[in-house]
Design a binder for this molecule. Structure first.
Ligand code: HEC
Ligand code: HEC
Ligand code: HEC
Ligand code: HEC
Ligand code: HEC
Length: 241
């Protein structure tokens, strides 16, 4: 009888099974890593159709407070998108000095106003439905800056998602603040003075920049910590139905 296969080939099924298993694990890891919303939503920046509205101009250059437009953010769970009437306060013909009037660029507003429509907007931040209504007001009133969750909006011509909004991301901050309440840990990276929550440039450059780690910054954060109602929740029921 002729030898059709060399003996070492008996190992092949084993090698195949082992590398197959390793390959499968890798594929699963890649899918979980890249295809879970937690990862692919960072940087999510849909085109805002027909708008051209810029936070960099309005909140940055013109220095408008977030609450001028997102009027409910410290009063209710939801941060509202402003109605066209808010924009028309400035963009009605003749309201702005001719040198500052963007004229044609706000034609879409005049159309929306005439049609009683809303500001064109594609939603960016969205938690899954099995997460309870996210409470903006509780966070704002506790001294959590918009900057901690939305990044440097004042510098964004078009808003994109700066953080994952994953469960681990929520809990990192909740645990950090909880540790600070226990007397371990440092609240200064999570909590800012309440009158500065919407001053994103100050928060980034001064508070988390120049002042970071100084005794003054820590003392400020400790004072804010003393005013929050409770340790941020880590129990499932607080965030899930
Ligand atoms: C002049 C009004 C105005 C001001 C001031 C303003 N916004 Fe907005 N904001 C809007 C409008 C309109 C949209 C929706 C359209 C868009 O994003 O182009 C929006 C969208 C957003 C979104 C994205 C919502 C989503 O998930 O789709 C975030 C986050 C946001 N604003 C945060 C802020 C923060 C933080 C500030 C203050 C630094 C601020 N805004 C100031 C009008 C404003
Ligand atoms: C407090 C006054 C004020 C309000 C309120 C306001 N704007 Fe403006 N907007 C301005 C001024 C001033 C400019 C021109 C700024 C510049 O070019 O330096 C401008 C510029 C613009 C531009 C042109 C941007 C560009 O690329 O040049 C658009 C589009 C615009 N606004 C849309 C909106 C929308 C949408 C809203 C409501 C959500 C709004 N604005 C609310 C004052 C305002
Ligand atoms: C602790 C984190 C956190 C802070 C602080 C925060 N946001 Fe949000 N924001 C979120 C999350 C999470 C969502 C998505 C909510 C959802 O899907 O129900 C969101 C959504 C939004 C939206 C979209 C509208 C909506 O209700 O879905 C706007 C506008 C917004 N935030 C503005 C702001 C402004 C302005 C501030 C500061 C004054 C702020 N946010 C502070 C986490 C935060
Ligand atoms: C940067 C810090 C930070 C992040 C990020 C954050 N939280 Fe919080 N959260 C807090 C603090 C501080 C409190 C406690 C406020 C208080 O009790 O005054 C809190 C309280 C809460 C509460 C309790 C509300 C109540 O009425 O008692 C819920 C629910 C909650 N957070 C959900 C979330 C969810 C969901 C996310 C992620 C999408 C998130 N938080 C991200 C800081 C944060
Ligand atoms: C501070 C708020 C918060 C708390 C507390 C919390 N979750 Fe979540 N959870 C979230 C958010 C936000 C998401 C959606 C984002 C994501 O998928 O990571 C989520 C997603 C999930 C998912 C979907 C799978 C996944 O990770 O994508 C499961 C399962 C889950 N949570 C179980 C739990 C259990 C069990 C507990 C208690 C031990 C718990 N959660 C406590 C905020 C919270």
């Amino acid at each position: 009888m002729s030898v059709r296969f060399p003996v070492w080939m008996n190992l092949l099924p084993t090698v195949g099974a082992v590398s197959g298993a390793v390959g499968l694990v890798t594929v699963i890891a890649i899918i979980t890593h890249y295809f879970t919303p937690a990862y692919w939503e960072v940087g999510y920046m849909p085109t805002q159709p027909g708008s051209g509205f810029s936070h960099q101009i309005h909140a940055g250059k013109l220095g408008m407070d977030c609450r001028y437009c997102h009027t409910n953010v410290e009063k209710s769970a939801e941060a509202n998108i402003p109605p066209v009437s808010t924009c028309m306060g400035c963009h009605t013909d003749g309201m702005l000095a001719p040198a500052f009037d963007p004229k044609d660029k706000v034609e879409f507003l005049r159309t929306a106003w005439a049609e009683d429509a809303s500001v064109p907007w594609v939603r960016i931040h969205k938690l899954p439905d099995y997460v309870r209504n996210f409470p903006h007001h509780v966070h704002i009133n506790a001294g959590v800056s918009c900057y901690s969750c939305h990044g440097q909006i004042e510098a964004m011509p078009v808003v994109y998602q700066a953080h994952s909004l994953s469960m681990g991301w929520c809990l990192d901050c909740h645990r950090g603040v909880g540790d600070a309440i226990d007397g371990h840990g440092d609240p200064s990276q999570f909590l800012v003075p309440k009158d500065k929550v919407t001053d994103l440039e100050w928060v980034e450059k001064i508070y988390l920049g120049e002042l970071a780690g100084t005794a003054a910054q820590r003392a400020t954060a400790q004072a804010v910590l003393a005013g929050i109602r409770q340790a941020p929740p880590e129990n499932c029921g607080a965030c899930h139905y």
